[in-house]
Design a binder for this molecule. Structure first.
Ligand code: F0G
Length: 485
């Protein structure tokens, strides 16, 4: 660490801390101001783990996640007040089922859960202990991978080649690598119970998946008698990209594109905390007449038992009636093209601003977040991967400017190998700036880009980090503690 670098980073040079407006469109929140030194003390106590930092002290933009952080509409608040809290078969549940059929098309059995990862565990728990089974994906999210591995199955990422070329202007860097999927099928199709496509690809830079890729993956999977599933958290944003980037879709409605996408799959898991425009909720959907049901006919009954044991009656699945009612409305709204164009344009403008400032942002940005490539960020410094530059950047963006973002790179996706006492590095090394839906304005995000530029200019002063707890734990980014090296 350079002498006096901490003082420099926390000094009055950064005194002009940006503060977000104290109001959102559904409520008023008067925020207290904190100094960089107060934040430094708190973050140090939290082991430099931004997840353990009090949200109240995030006086800039809180871009830790776009999940469950959506500002609800007035219609949703009204639905919350009208929510029916009957123990079973509440009114909201029927509205929800009706809306699901409109949004995703008919023919799915629906299992409701309190959030996405509960639905993932429900699915993979059915295959528990089949250690030779592999679930390939265009990029598993961390909880999906963790649920697969916790059930003693193998998770495999088959990223597209263009994702690893950040300068590539390929608009569908989220695609699954069809060549690699074919190779896997040829080697051991019997060990692949299903293929997963994450739309959009959160681990793969938040990038979209093309309709062509969805259909290619569906054809290939079918040829090897294997069901195809979506991890559908950001389905509407993905459909909006298909409309705007893919030939032949410009004049189709987003709603129609969504139904076309879902007609290709045998089932899907979803967290409604993203494109459900909801603060909670998750689901597992299985096509009644699909290949998955044909291959594993007993699973639907088993899932019902699992759901009742772990969540509650199938008509509420771990959610309160009022939350189901708000979700039904969110699901109906999310394919609105005025909303989507505002949403996607806001995130893409944010990415362009970052890039114009010389920051190594993945462009074009996806629909929910801007990703900075940390290998590029620290390229001309003496930072080594095990110094966890992404953790240092997130810590000091929070301390010095009050903006909270998330490392999704060498620490979150890497692993510590106890045998060799070395870090196994992931294929991608990002810091993610996730933009909550309907919450911030351009001036807010511009301030984050300016703050990131200041830290980029001062990158040689950023301290190297040392893991003092949790290096070898699963899902270590939620639990680890760091110190300045
Ligand atoms: N799949 C994807 C692609 C996700 O992004 C997430 C959550 C999940 C599954 C799990 O859903 O949180 O409802 O259990 N992503 C959040 C994020 C946490 O910040 O990206 P959940």
């Amino acid at each position: 660490m350079k002498e006096n670098s901490l003082e420099r980073l926390v000094s009055s040079r950064y005194g002009k801390v940006y503060k977000t407006r104290p109001y959102f469109n559904h409520s008023v929140e008067f925020k207290k101001q904190f100094t960089a030194l107060e934040r430094m003390e708190k973050l140090q106590n939290a082991g430099f783990n931004v997840f353990n930092f009090p949200a109240e002290m995030v006086t800039g933009c809180d871009l830790l996640s776009d999940s469950g952080t959506t500002t609800l509409s007035n219609e949703q608040w009204a639905a919350i007040h009208l929510g029916d809290e009957a123990y079973a078969s509440n009114k909201g549940y029927f509205l929800f089922i009706d809306q699901c059929e409109k949004t995703f098309g008919e023919g799915f059995s629906v299992f409701l859960f309190h959030q996405g990862r509960a639905a993932e565990n429900a699915l993979f728990n059915q295959f528990k202990g089949k250690q030779t089974w592999v679930i390939p994906s265009n990029g598993h999210f961390d909880t999906t991978r963790a649920n697969i591995e916790a059930n003693k199955l193998q998770a495999l990422d088959l990223f597209s080649d263009s994702l690893k070329v950040p300068s590539s202007e390929d608009c569908f860097k989220g695609n699954i690598n069809i060549g690699k999927l074919k190779k896997l099928f040829k080697q051991s199709a019997k060990n692949v119970p299903l293929v997963f496509l994450t739309i959009t690809n959160n681990t793969g830079g938040g990038q979209p998946v093309s309709m062509e890729n969805i259909k290619d993956a569906a054809r290939l999977s079918k040829a090897f008698n294997t069901p195809l599933f979506f991890d559908a958290c950001r389905f509407a944003e993905n459909a909006y990209f298909i409309k705007n980037y893919e030939q032949g879709y410009k004049n189709k409605s987003v709603g129609g594109i969504v139904r076309e996408m879902f007609s290709a799959v045998d089932g899907f898991t979803i967290s409604f905390k993203k494109d459900g425009l909801s603060n909670m909720g998750g689901g597992l959907f299985i096509r009644k007449e699909g290949l998955f049901t044909k291959k594993f006919p007993q699973i639907t009954d088993q899932l019902l038992d699992y759901q009742i044991l772990t969540e509650g009656h199938p008509t509420y699945g771990g959610m309160s009636g009022r939350d189901i009612a708000a979700l039904s409305i969110g699901l109906g709204k999310v394919t609105d093209e005025d909303y989507l164009s505002h949403r996607v344009k806001q995130v893409q403008d944010f990415g362009k601003t970052m890039k114009n400032f010389g920051l190594p942002a993945l462009t074009p940005a996806g629909g929910h977040a801007v990703y900075l490539d940390m290998d590029k960020f620290f390229k001309d410094t003496d930072f080594q991967p095990e110094n966890f530059g992404g953790i240092s950047f997130t810590a000091f963006l929070l301390v010095t400017f009050g903006h909270r973002v998330c490392e999704l790179g060498n620490f979150a996706f890497g692993k510590f190998d106890r045998n060799t006492q070395t870090e196994i590095l992931p294929e991608v090394n990002y810091v993610r700036f996730a933009v909550p839906r309907l919450r911030y304005e351009k001036q807010d995000l511009d301030a984050v880009a300016q703050a990131s530029r200041a830290l980029y200019q001062d990158r040689v002063y950023l301290p190297k980090m040392r893991v003092v707890y949790g290096r070898d734990l699963p899902l270590r980014h939620f639990k680890a503690r760091f110190e300045i090296n």
